[in-house]
Design a binder for this molecule. Structure first.
Ligand code: MN
Length: 200
């Protein structure tokens, strides 16, 4: 069973004008597809063939760089498409909101910290909301296609929200204005999905 590029739950133009259709189409059919294909090539005929993506990510420190880069690229984009929605649902509620208030002080303070992590990630990478092994929520960022499930990450845990800050995620629409893309991202979040990931 090889890794498969997921279908999106919405059309490429559904996130317009915050994220443009051309960016979405290239991002999914070129970038994500390439990570998926290269991951399959990298694990084929190795001890990793047939493992889940989580099992693969847990051992990337002992694998060639292609497994780390393409395994991360496969997983990270799966999460990114899932947490986005044309019907952004305002903000976190219920137990997720309670946990954010507890660990950041308020939803606004969490958003400020997350936005700052995304804006200041030098070069290409991601910012994350992570649930650590004690259930505490923390913000982190990772370079390239690394993520918090990897043993190489500074902050380890389960990512429940992630933003792609590679230029390919926003450059056609925003050019060098990464903060504007980050700001638009907040209007496109499916908080029900984030809550499901929080509850595991
Ligand atoms: Mn990307």
């Amino acid at each position: 069973m090889s890794f498969e590029l997921p279908k999106l739950d919405y059309a490429y133009d559904a996130l317009e004008p915050k994220i443009d259709a051309r960016t979405m189409e290239i991002h999914h059919t070129k970038h994500h597809a390439a990570y998926t294909n290269k991951l399959n090539d990298a694990v084929k005929g190795t001890e990793l063939e047939g493992k889940t993506i989580e099992e693969v990510l847990a051992v990337v420190d002992k694998q060639p760089a292609g497994v780390r880069n393409n395994g991360g690229g496969f997983y990270n984009h799966n999460l990114y498409w899932k947490v986005l929605t044309p019907r952004g649902s305002g903000g976190p509620t219920g137990e997720l909101k309670t946990a954010i208030d507890r660990d950041f002080g308020s939803v606004d303070k969490f958003k400020e910290e997350f936005s700052n992590a995304a804006a200041t990630r030098f070069g290409s990478g991601w910012a994350w909301l992570v649930k650590d092994d004690k259930g505490k929520l923390v913000v982190s960022s990772t370079p390239n296609q690394d993520n918090p499930l990897m043993p190489v990450a500074d902050v380890k845990g389960t990512p429940i929200l992630g933003i792609d800050v590679w230029e390919h995620a926003y450059y056609l629409n925003y050019q060098n204005r990464r903060p504007e893309y980050i700001s638009a991202f907040w209007d496109l979040i499916n908080w029900d999905v984030v809550a499901d990931l929080f509850h595991g």
